[in-house]
Write a protein that binds this ligand. Structure first.
Ligand code: NAD
Length: 499
């Protein structure tokens, strides 16, 4: 382990040492009811860095009870007072940015600059954005037309109650914030269940919420496995809604498991997003954008631009540039200066991605670069060099299934109608990108693409105000923006007889 990594571990030692008490119920951290622990690893070295509590159904039950008790004190606060708590959480995230970013990089592997300027800084902005909404969430007066009588009718936006937030390992702090901030702004109390592979920043976030002085039990944390802690949260009768981000397969299980209690659901699931380069684009900019679109976070991004459609007239030149730029990406430990790409989250994830690399070659695609485990000091980590496939057909597994790793599939196309049809020929519909200097084409194609977000001449842009979520098997409901806030409320119509 390099000096830089051991120094960073020393800096966050306090959090690592208390990770075994990661069940935070009613403001108090403690161990899991069964006392079991889950080891968490630095994916760049394979070293165990901490052990978190393996929460059980009993822990979920206690957390839901604490959250239920906290609803009164939380909802009695004025909207402005609730908003001030959210502003305070945003400030605390910023004050602890270095620690949070270091924890995220150690736990997930992503480069520290990404943890700092993407995950942590947007998380703070998300809290600030929803803090402002607390005083703006309002109902409507309704112009009704009754056959008899005279009424004043209006709507109220009421919180749902206790909500469960289940988040994945690729953007642990960021996605937890996407859900926690609007849930709280709307007046709900929460039980957060992070991924068993990356729970450290969630623990810190729960601590910061308590430090901000939120009434005890408004924010509860149950770490643990999906099949135990997650499943218990979904089945719990005291939970009104589950907001989930993760794989489509788990999303389907959640729909089934939540049916008996008819929970409301928001599901942010997988993707296989099309990124289209038209021949009239700024090709140098598009090449940079296409690389960032797929290789950010080692390709473990739900909206990754993993299907790159390039116009045949510029295809060969474009692929040449892509391959040489991909080959120059600096792999390393995320805490080491100059690292542009870290390891995959786990050995199992790397093997899964390697399975796709083999299937691409078997089905006749050409691997132009990458897809190998680097040697030397990176050997113990879960590293894989960035891969680019050409000669890809739409029916190949690498063009249809979510790989969730650093693998770009490049497909040639000839005209606009054809590429729109092929881009939409996917079970997923999370995001899409297109690169063109023709303003009419940009809007025309953006409107025709079946995706929850379309970026034009850019990729992976996010803002707390812009809703994010999927069409088709990429899920339903939205994170971010006003829509997420509304999704954490229910509407009541009130009729007041005036005669
Ligand atoms: P995952 O589905 O394996 O796990 C996500 C979360 O669900 C984890 O906290 C896990 O413990 C929990 N879980 C697993 N099984 C469960 C069950 N039976 N009941 C309840 N909870 C359960 O996903 P992952 O591997 O952590 O993340 C990768 C996936 O997430 C990819 O498919 C990716 O596309 C998707 N993702 C989507 C978005 C989006 O906004 N659409 C964002 C990020 C990631």
């Amino acid at each position: 382990m390099t000096a830089v990594v051991s120094e960073a571990i020393d800096e966050v030692r306090g959090v690592l040492d208390r990770a075994g008490d990661s069940i935070v119920v009613g403001g108090r951290p403690g161990p899991a009811a069964g006392g079991d622990l889950i080891e968490t690893f630095d994916p760049a070295t394979g070293d165990a860095i901490a052990s978190i509590a393996a929460g059980t159904a009993e822990d979920v039950d206690r957390a839901v009870a604490a959250a239920t008790r906290a609803l009164g004190p939380w909802q009695e606060l004025s909207p402005a007072a609730r908003g001030r708590f959210l502003y305070d959480i945003a400030s605390l995230i910023e004050e602890n940015a270095q620690e949070l970013a270091t924890l995220e990089t150690l736990d997930n592997g992503k480069p520290l600059t990404e943890s700092m300027y993407l995950d942590v800084s947007i998380a703070a902005e998300v809290f600030r954005y929803y803090a402002g909404w607390c005083t703006k969430l309002s109902g409507q007066t309704v112009p009704i037309s009754p056959p008899v009588g005279n009424f004043f009718t209006y709507t109220l936006r009421e919180p749902l109650g206790v909500v469960g937030l289940i988040v994945p390992w690729n953007f642990p702090l960021l996605i937890a914030s996407w859900k926690l901030a609007p849930a709280l702004a709307a007046g709900n109390s929460v039980v957060l269940k992070p991924s068993e592979m990356t729970s450290l920043t969630a623990l810190r976030l729960a601590e910061l919420a308590n430090e901000a002085g939120l009434p005890a039990g408004v924010v509860n944390l149950v770490t643990g496995f999906g099949q135990t802690a997650g499943q218990a949260l979904i089945e719990h009768p005291g939970v009104a809604k589950i907001s989930f981000t993760g794989s489509t397969a788990t999303g389907q299980k959640i729909v089934a498991a939540s049916a008996p209690s008819l929970k409301k659901l928001t599901l942010e699931l997988g993707g296989k997003s099309a990124n289209i380069v038209f021949p009239d684009a700024d090709l140098a900019g598009a090449a940079q954008g296409a690389l960032a679109a797929i290789f950010l976070n080692q390709g473990q991004v739900c909206c990754a631009g993993s299907r790159l459609f390039v116009h045949r007239s510029v295809h060969d030149e474009f692929v040449g540039e892509l391959a040489s730029a991909a080959g120059a990406i600096q792999l390393g430990h995320g805490l080491v200066d100059g690292t542009e790409m870290g390891p995959l989250i786990s050995g199992a994830q790397r093997e899964r991605v390697e399975g796709y690399l083999a299937s691409g070659t078997d089905e006749g695609a050409t691997l132009v670069c990458g897809g190998v485990r680097p040697n030397g000091e990176l050997t113990p980590g879960n590293f894989l060099t960035p891969a680019v496939f050409t000669d890809v057909r739409d029916d190949m597994r690498i063009a249809r299934e979510e790989i969730f790793g650093p693998v770009l599939t490049v497909l040639a196309f000839d005209d606009e109608d054809e590429v729109v049809r092929r881009a939409n020929d996917s079970e997923f519909g999370l995001a899409a990108g297109l690169w063109t200097s023709d303003v009419k084409r940009s809007h025309r194609v953006a409107h025709r693409l079946q995706a929850g977000t379309v970026w034009v001449n850019q990729y992976n842009m996010l803002d707390p105000a812009a809703p994010f979520g999927g069409y088709k098997a990429s899920g339903y409901g939205r994170d971010l923006g006003e829509e997420s806030l509304i999704g954490f409320t229910q509407t009541k119509s009130v009729w007041v007889g005036l005669d």
